[in-house]
Design a protein around this ligand. Structure first.
Ligand code: UDP
Ligand code: MG
Length: 317
């Protein structure tokens, strides 16, 4: 591993005018500490990615960039969501940095864990995953759904690091490899294990958000969860096929039963069972079509090869 690497801390920010002034000095302090300890080069940068904010986030980023040369920023032409903001930042980082760390801007990802990540990188790891040591700051609902989700992903054969979100270090060669993954529906935490290279984990405490509000309502969380499964696994489609087979066999037996009932003269009392079968088969078909439709829809979106991010403005670097 390169000594004294140039680090780029990639921080997505969407409508974060309240929290940026609080966390920016903390990021800078941590970076300066790493520079003084000789862990990273003084050429390192803290790169904000304004994800098409509607508030004064971009003004704040510009002010930071003029205050200290370590700060810089890019602005997306519109809001594209957290995952796309992170990839935009990582691809920008790849241009000038040897390593990049992606982190949320709200202080929830423990800023002081970056030092440990860099140390582990210097020991020879290309990817260092930040893993939450506990979920005590989460509500019971979030904890339960998040942990169940990781288990479901594992069951589907998708490789993800348990309790790791998007706080991670990646080396330049990992970013270079990542740039050849062209999907638009991003689920980054599933892509890094696919890229490969030596990796390790660093555990950290997840804090409360320091100011402002979360931009991840349940609907966005569910969308990301669904993207995760459909990006990494086609087992649901296979499950539909198996379900179809089972239902077909059951229906076939039902038909034989109906024919026998008819032949033996017990046919009239069959209304309830007929209705049940029709409803059941109809329901299963609709669910199956829905699941297949998800994949067809996704294929359609991917087939357009639309850009994953469009940068409209830049601070100087
Ligand atoms: N974020 C973004 N674009 C979005 C939503 C969120 O860039 O459309 C950023 C946000 O500014 C923050 C990070 O993604 O830095 C995580 O978002 P948030 O803290 O709102 O989510 P939570 O931590 O509550 O899951
Ligand atoms: Mg947050």
């Amino acid at each position: 591993m390169k000594d004294n690497p140039v680090l780029c801390v990639v921080i997505p920010a969407y409508n974060e005018e309240a929290v940026l002034p609080i966390t920016a000095p903390l990021f800078l302090k941590e970076l300066n500490l790493m520079v003084s300890e000789g862990l990273v080069s003084d050429e390192s940068r803290i790169l904000y990615v304004d994800d098409g904010s509607r508030d004064s986030t971009w003004t704040v980023i510009n002010a930071l960039a003029s205050q200290d040369p370590h700060f810089c920023g890019i602005k997306q032409s519109r809001n594209r969501g957290h995952q796309n903001a992170v990839i935009a930042g990582l691809m920008e980082a790849r241009e000038f940095a040897d390593i990049a760390i992606s982190s949320d801007c709200d202080g929830q990802d423990d800023i002081s864990a970056m030092r440990e990540m860099v140390r582990r990188h210097l020991e020879g790891f290309d990817v260092v995953y930040g893993v939450r040591s506990s979920r005590e700051t989460d509500s019971f609902f979030k904890r339960f759904t998040a942990e169940s989700y990781y288990k479901v992903l594992a069951m589907m054969g998708a490789e993800v690091v348990f309790n790791h979100a998007d706080y991670r270090l990646a080396s330049k060669r990992v970013l270079d490899a990542l740039s050849s993954f062209e999907e638009v529906n991003l689920f980054l935490r599933g892509l890094f294990p696919l890229v490969g290279f030596p990796s390790t984990e660093v555990s950290y405490e997840r804090h409360e958000r320091m100011a402002g509000e979360s931009h991840y309502p349940l609907s966005k969380m569910l969308a990301l969860a669904f993207d995760g499964i459909t990006s990494l696994s086609i087992k649901p489609i296979r499950a539909v096929t198996i379900l179809g087979l089972i239902v077909s066999i059951a229906s076939f037996l039902g038909v034989i039963w109906a024919l026998i009932s008819f032949a033996t003269g017990h046919a009239v009392s069959g209304w309830a069972s007929t209705t049940c079968i029709v409803c059941f088969v109809g329901g299963v078909q609709m669910i199956s079509l829905g699941i297949i439709g998800e994949y067809v829809g996704k294929t359609y979106m991917e087939s357009k090869h639309r850009p994953r991010f469009i940068i409209s403005e830049r601070t100087r670097r």
